[in-house]
Design a protein around this ligand. Structure first.
Ligand code: SF4
Length: 307
């Protein structure tokens, strides 16, 4: 069996920064350090941080007053900041800088009198945080080109997108918005971030050579789900797996060539364990890494956590 590895895969700069921020916060302030929501959507990362003293909670009121809390890479609403302030919490904000820039755009458009349309998936932590930059109900959330028809007639309109959507899906929705509102303002190709776009193009590339795609990532990871969907769209049987424990030999019936990628929050050791499993269970031949672009993006830590 042949094996193709997509590159780039795995951790993005925003995830690396968020994990490091929790570690540095524990180093600086000692335990316990509370983390609101999974710092990134991966249970292995969360379990690892739990072991060094992070306590994960879903709501700010669960954090005892005057404690230290880290906000996750997905970002939070203004209300969450207010609540943290009223509970006198020491906040370390690990929101990815790219998500932060979407927040700033939402506020800028609203202050300039635009109605803001957000393209994204309801219920995702990033979407809750972005919607929460404006007062409740001030932004329109849509997730398909079909939904554009149900939006009201509006004069000044702008759009923003979730950072972890599929690039194709986003461009279809943007086209529908431009048709409906010819003067609409917004980022040309949406706010899909470099890491999401790069992982998608690498998967697209290996799909030409494989008859099974494995995407390593947790079920609640948006960008990992989009990678699996992309594989299916390319006509390749595709599975989203948390780890090697999800693999069974039945998945590989009639498979001569397997492709592997991992979402932006999945650690590389999970990919290496899968390769070892494949070596143990099959006659694994060449392993080819297909690199579509090189990444060197790094986001600095906030000054208070720097050495
Ligand atoms: S996927 Fe993109 S937006 Fe999300 S944390 Fe990574 S770099 Fe930031």
């Amino acid at each position: 069996m042949k094996c193709f590895l997509a590159k780039p895969r795995g951790f993005c700069a925003g995830v690396e920064r968020a994990i490091l921020m929790v570690e540095k916060t524990i180093e600086k302030f000692g335990t316990p350090v509370y983390v609101r929501h999974e710092i990134v959507h991966n249970r292995f990362v969360v379990d690892g941080l739990r072991q060094i003293g992070a306590i994960f909670v879903e709501e700010t009121w669960e954090v005892p007053e005057e404690s230290v809390v880290v906000f996750s890479a997905h970002g939070v609403s203004k209300e969450v900041y207010e609540e943290a302030k009223s509970r006198r919490l020491k906040v370390i904000d690990a929101t990815c800088p790219i998500v932060k820039s979407v927040h700033r755009s939402a506020i800028k458009y609203a202050n300039s009198g635009y109605s803001v349309i957000l393209i994204g998936r309801q219920g995702h932590a990033e979407i809750d945080g972005t919607l929460g930059q404006l007062s409740p109900g001030a932004m329109f959330l849509i997730s398909s080109a079909e939904e554009v028809k149900s939006l009201p007639a509006m004069e000044k309109v702008a759009y923003l997108t979730q950072t972890t959507l599929s690039t194709e899906e986003t461009s279809d929705i943007i086209s529908a918005l431009k048709e409906r509102y010819p003067d609409i303002q917004g980022p040309k190709t949406g706010n899909v971030c470099y890491a999401t776009a790069n992982r998608q193009s690498a998967v697209r590339s290996i799909c030409k050579n494989v008859d099974l795609l494995l995407v390593v990532g947790s079920r609640n990871s948006s960008n990992s789900n989009r990678l699996r969907e992309l594989g299916e769209e390319q006509g390749v049987k595709s599975f989203l797996i948390d780890s090697v424990e999800d693999l069974t030999e039945d998945m590989f019936v009639n498979v001569n060539s397997v492709g592997i990628s991992s979402g932006a929050s999945a650690p590389e050791h999970l990919v290496l364990e899968i390769i070892e499993w494949l070596k143990e269970h099959f006659n694994l031949g060449d392993i080819t890494e297909v690199q579509t672009v090189s990444e060197d993006t790094k986001f600095p830590l906030p000054t208070e956590l720097e050495r």
